[in-house]
Design a protein around this ligand. Structure first.
Ligand SMILES: [Zn+2]
Length: 142
């Protein structure tokens, strides 16, 4: 049973070349018949690994190093049936009902304004020069 649906904007920051980018993921929480909870992700309509784990880390478009993401914003999607007064629409013609939806363009995971590129931290900013080579290495995947 699906217990939670959301669109999550995930931000990635490359600790190597400092590029930032973001993607919109579909996130689902699912409870199986044994009561175990699972999280599923989708990217552009396809199954994807969690962007918050090393397996789902994205390659930096600038240098190719892989980084896990962090949630930047989230839009919950109510799961049906919900409250009894929740608006709904009967589907009496399963094939013809809103058939145009099959031809609508993909609302792509990158179809939003990308972050302004911050560039590397300047001398005297919050990171010391000695730390620049390692920070934020804790988020880089092996
Ligand atoms: Zn990079």
């Amino acid at each position: 049973m699906i217990t939670e649906l959301a669109v999550e904007r995930v931000e990635f920051t490359c600790g190597h070349c400092w590029r930032q980018w973001s993607c919109d993921y579909d996130a689902q929480r699912y409870t199986d018949q044994d009561g175990h909870e699972w999280e599923y992700f989708g990217l552009d309509g396809r199954a994807a690994e969690s962007p918050y784990t090393p397996r789902g880390a994205q390659a930096c478009p600038g240098c190719g190093h892989r980084w896990v993401g962090r949630v930047l914003a989230r839009r919950p999607v109510p799961t049906p049936p919900g409250l009894s007064e929740r608006p709904r629409e009967a589907v009496n013609d399963p094939i013809g009902h809103r058939a145009e939806r099959h031809h609508a363009p993909l609302l792509g995971s990158h179809a939003h304004r990308q972050p302004v590129q911050p560039g590397p931290p300047s001398k005297g900013s919050w990171i010391d020069a000695d730390e620049q080579t390692s920070a934020p290495a804790s988020r880089e995947t092996p």
